[in-house]
Design a protein around this ligand. Structure first.
Ligand SMILES: C[C@](O)(CO)[C@H](O)COP(=O)(O)OP(=O)(O)OC[C@H]1O[C@@H](n2ccc(N)nc2=O)[C@H](O)[C@@H]1O
Ligand SMILES: Nc1ncnc2c1ncn2[C@@H]1O[C@H](COP(=O)(O)OP(=O)(O)OP(=O)(O)O)[C@@H](O)[C@H]1O
Length: 267
């Protein structure tokens, strides 16, 4: 049985408060993008994880897919499974790949073993694995707040636009990016600002990770500038980086982009 775990981008990210538990309250818009990892569950003599595709730093036994499976195993009598992960989503990219793998693994186990878990029950399991994970249960554009794990539905479709995603060869660790940020209370909530016309986003919608990540990695800021040079209506780093996306109103001429490490181009 297979699952296709897609990535996300953050259309704006305000870090509003450092919490007493060490996490940060934030507001963001999660927007799913069609670049997928593939997860397969196969009956097996023992529970293990096999990774193909892009290399993931760290030990395979620490893979978040395995963690997600074990969390469910505690509550349900699940038989051993081989978890095969084909990794296509760049790692350390702010694209939520690991978080998506965990959420889609939960959905896959729910389906394969007829656990009859509701969406909110699956969200609860996902939330225990990482702040970004819960979003991928629903996997539709949402306004997210608190740790990024509470949601309000929203109507936002970028259809009729063109999305370019660039992932430079830089790994930004989420935890270290959070250690470097400055929090600020925005004057106007992103929930309101996102309804401005796309042409006005550049002046009003920000990612609060950009200043500190750009200071360490000027190459990421250069990519953003190149996307604007190429006529993007809006460009922003996703999550804690290092990937940057550009939203275009007209089809982009790839030849004119002069960007390496282009990973995604879609309507
Ligand atoms: C940057 C984003 O991708 C934006 O969507 C997310 O906030 C990251 O979420 P994530 O990768 O699921 O993060 P987690 O695995 O839960 O946490 C990794 C580390 O990031 C920090 N962290 C994460 C989420 C949050 N709201 N505040 C934090 O301070 C914590 O130090 C935590 O130990
Ligand atoms: N299935 C997985 N996919 C990607 N990374 C994973 C996975 N399982 C564990 N990891 C660990 O998570 C780290 C990547 O997380 P990090 O937060 O730095 O990057 P990210 O691109 O923002 O991804 P995410 O939002 O999924 O956490 C990897 O270096 C690896 O150690």
């Amino acid at each position: 049985m297979l699952a296709f775990a897609n990535a996300k981008i953050n259309l704006g990210l305000n870090l509003t408060e450092k919490r007493s538990d060490g996490f940060h309250n934030l507001e963001t818009i999660f927007y799913p993008v069609k670049i997928n990892d593939v997860i397969e569950l196969v009956d097996s003599e023992e529970t293990l994880c096999i990774i193909k595709g892009i290399e993931i730093p760290g030990n395979v036994d620490e893979n978040i897919c395995l963690k997600a499976f074990k969390v469910l195993q505690k509550d349900f009598n699940l038989p051993h499974q081989k978890l095969i992960l084909l990794k296509n989503i760049p790692v350390g990219a702010g694209l939520g790949g690991g978080s998506s793998d965990a959420a889609f693994l939960i959905k896959l186990v729910n389906e394969k073993f007829n656990l009859s878990l509701s969406k909110s029950q699956m969200e609860r399991y996902a939330r225990s694995l990482g702040a970004d994970c819960a979003f991928f249960i629903k996997n539709e554009p949402v306004f997210a707040y608190a740790k990024g794990d509470e949601f309000e539905d929203m109507e936002l479709r970028l259809t009729n636009h063109f999305l370019v995603l660039v992932k430079p060869p830089i790994h930004v660790s989420t935890a270290s990016a959070y250690a470097d940020v400055k929090v600020r209370q925005p004057i106007t909530s992103l929930k309101k600002l996102i309804h401005l016309p796309l042409k006005d986003w550049r002046a009003h919608i920000f990612n609060d990770f950009e200043p500190s990540v750009f200071a360490k990695h000027p190459q990421i800021e250069e990519i953003k500038a190149k996307l604007y040079d190429a006529d993007a209506t809006f460009a922003l780093m996703s999550g804690s980086g290092s990937s940057v996306f550009g939203i275009f109103e007209n089809p982009v001429k790839l030849q004119e982009l002069e960007l390496e490490n282009l990973v995604f181009y879609n309507v």
